[in-house]
Ligand binder design. Structure first.
Ligand SMILES: [Fe+2]
Length: 588
């Protein structure tokens, strides 16, 4: 995402200590050794995970280190047989399926198994064995997806989990919950930055929570090593171990503000004035090469290291990997996962020549490619279910910049979200208005917590006089990445002033909180959807006086809850915190 919540804005205000520079000069070999060291539990040191659950299938994932030299990204280590088992109980007395899969260095010794013929809405336990070692036991669950049956549906959704940004307390909070069908990760699962001038996150954690490799990830070994580092985190491992995940990447899984043919944080030729890749490097030393080649290895590592099904192939004219996909939850809801980076048109400035940039509304510019947008709008307009959930990366609703000197009337805040692609935004909003289902958009990226109406026209006077809306949007806080407070000189008062001003300029934003970090929980019934926002806290403080991200003992606590009643298409609340689920999966 872009200004003002950028790393550069943060860097300009932050002091980088000498210790960081020293760490930044770790060699690649030392970085690998650090990851290998941190994965000290041996063959299965990177944990287990499951993902993309349907009524009858779930994907299982692990990474095997068959010999000590088979460090992630090294390309070393022998091919091995890995045995997997799925059971109906955590002690594996009732094993329901088992099999063997061969893994090798070509896929960085990662394991993916799609287990078929399971029972809907049922808990399962799984484990792997290889070379005499047994993995931790993971817990997973098939979807509450049975035609004619209405089950409970409760999903956590998260985004923007920067390792150098803080401890993953939010993930620990998710791991402790027993009421989730799945965890939805909406993007920025990992970040590309290094540990020196481009470090992103609180300076207090320099030296205790550093990225490996220590410089910006660019090559295949870099991306693999970075994924491996994230999966050494005990809180992240626990969250994967306890719940199936549904994941989609945003930009930072490749590099900041990516678009179809490039990115803000990519330079084919090294330019020391505009970006940074390694400590003390003169111009020309660390050019990042061809963007599409870089993106290809980033996707390869993502597919190796994440519990996501292998994607389909999207034909011409937008040839590419099809990551967008849909999940069904009985007669209650569908969930469309969109992917808005691979084919998007390049971002344009919000203003040009003293005017609002007309290119923002150019119908020739696209966020999802036209084929994907049609798939999404068809899914919404043809749905016969009460709810259509959309897992989305960047904010959908209009966000006008706060009026002040130098800001034009009608100027939007950020051209890297749907506001930068207003023809696509209007097409999607119009489709929502035509359909009989209530759309619920779930969004990440902006490192703050929101509940928005989606008015059919982004007209402040008209909305204020007679509010109308075609759907709702909930935006989750970041797991750790800098929010309004950190981007505004670590001032909670400034964050409150900014979010208050945004709401005044955009009255369809019904809730906006810019201090807390954590996660959101969506609960769906035939009558309403509700989102609870949970924030990490240090000594009970969500971040007013302290930074809970730097406290390894931080906890999570409920903050606020908002609803949308079926048929209203609007946000209502605040309401009381969610209670227990109305029913439980089989085996729970
Ligand atoms: Fe982010």
């Amino acid at each position: 995402m872009t200004a003002p919540l950028t790393r550069r804005a943060v860097l300009q205000g932050g002091a980088i200590g000498a210790a960081v520079l020293a760490l930044g000069s770790l060699s690649t070999e030392q970085a690998r050794a650090a990851v290998a060291d941190q994965a000290r539990s041996g063959v299965f040191g990177f944990g287990v995970a499951s993902g993309d659950p349907t009524a009858t299938e779930v994907l299982l994932w692990t990474r095997v280190t068959p010999t000590p030299q088979a460090v992630p990204g090294s390309g070393l280590g022998p091919a091995s047989q890995v045995r997997w088992e799925v059971a109906a109980d955590p002690a594996f007395r009732r094993v329901v399926q088992r099999g063997t899969v061969r893994i090798d260095a070509a896929r960085d010794h990662t394991v993916k198994v799609v287990v078929p013929r399971l029972t809907p809405y049922t808990r399962y336990w799984y484990r792997f064995t290889c070379r005499g070692a047994t993995s931790p036991v993971g817990r997973t669950q098939t979807s509450p997806d049975e035609p004619g049956r209405t089950h409970a549906l409760r999903l956590a959704f998260v985004s923007c989990s920067n390792f150098t940004g803080g401890y993953f307390t939010a993930y620990r909070g998710l791991a402790a919950r027993d009421d989730l069908d799945a965890v939805l990760h909406l993007g920025d699962y990992l970040y590309e930055y290094g540990n020196a001038e481009d470090r992103y996150g609180p300076a207090e954690l320099a030296g205790t929570r550093d990225h490996q490799p220590a410089t910006e990830m660019v090559s295949l070994p870099d991306y693999r090593l970075r994924h491996a580092l994230y999966k050494t985190d005990p809180d992240l491992q626990a969250a994967h171990q306890q719940h199936p995940w549904i994941t989609i990447f945003d930009d930072h899984e490749v590099t900041n503000d990516a678009y179809a043919t490039g990115a803000e944080n990519h330079e084919a030729q090294d330019d020391p004035d505009t970006s940074y890749t390694g400590p003390g490097e003169p111009a020309g030393v660390r050019a990042e090469g061809d963007f599409l080649a870089r993106r290809a290895v980033a996707y390869q590592a993502y597919l190796e290291w994440m519990p996501i099904r292998e994607p389909g192939w999207q034909p011409a004219p937008h040839r590419g990997t099809q990551f967008f996909r849909r999940f069904s939850f009985g007669d209650l809801a569908d969930l469309s996962i969109v992917e808005t980076r691979q084919n998007r048109s390049q971002q344009v400035p919000t203003t040009v020549g003293g005017q609002v940039n007309p290119a923002l509304a150019d119908p020739g510019r696209h966020l999802p490619e036209p084929e994907q947008l049609r798939w999404l709008t068809d899914g919404i307009t043809r749905s016969r279910k009460p709810w259509h959930l959309v897992g989305n990366q960047t904010v959908l609703t209009r966000l006008f910049a706060v009026p002040r000197v130098g800001v034009l009337g009608g100027q939007v805040y950020n051209a890297d979200q749907w506001d930068g692609y207003q023809a696509d935004q209007a097409t999607l909003i119009a489709a929502m208005g035509r359909g009989g289902t209530d759309p619920v958009v779930l969004t990440g990226d902006i490192h703050s917590s929101w509940a928005n109406d989606l008015p059919p026209a982004f007209d402040v006077a008209r909305y204020t006089a007679a509010p109308s809306s075609v759907g709702v949007e909930f935006v989750c806080p970041s797991v750790t990445s800098n929010g309004f407070k950190e981007s505004l000189g670590n001032s909670a008062a400034a964050a409150v002033a900014a979010t208050t001003a945004f709401q005044a300029a955009n009255p369809w934003i019904r809730y906006l909180e810019g201090i807390g970090h954590g996660f959101a929980v969506l609960d769906v019934t035939p009558d309403r959807v509700q989102t609870d926002f949970w924030f990490i806290r240090s000594g009970g403080d969500k971040g007013l006086a302290v930074d809970p991200r730097v406290d390894p003992q931080a906890t999570v606590g409920f903050e606020s809850a908002w609803q949308s009643v079926r048929g209203s298409r609007r946000i209502s609340g605040p309401v009381a915190q969610l209670g227990p689920r109305s029913d439980r999966p089989r085996g729970a």
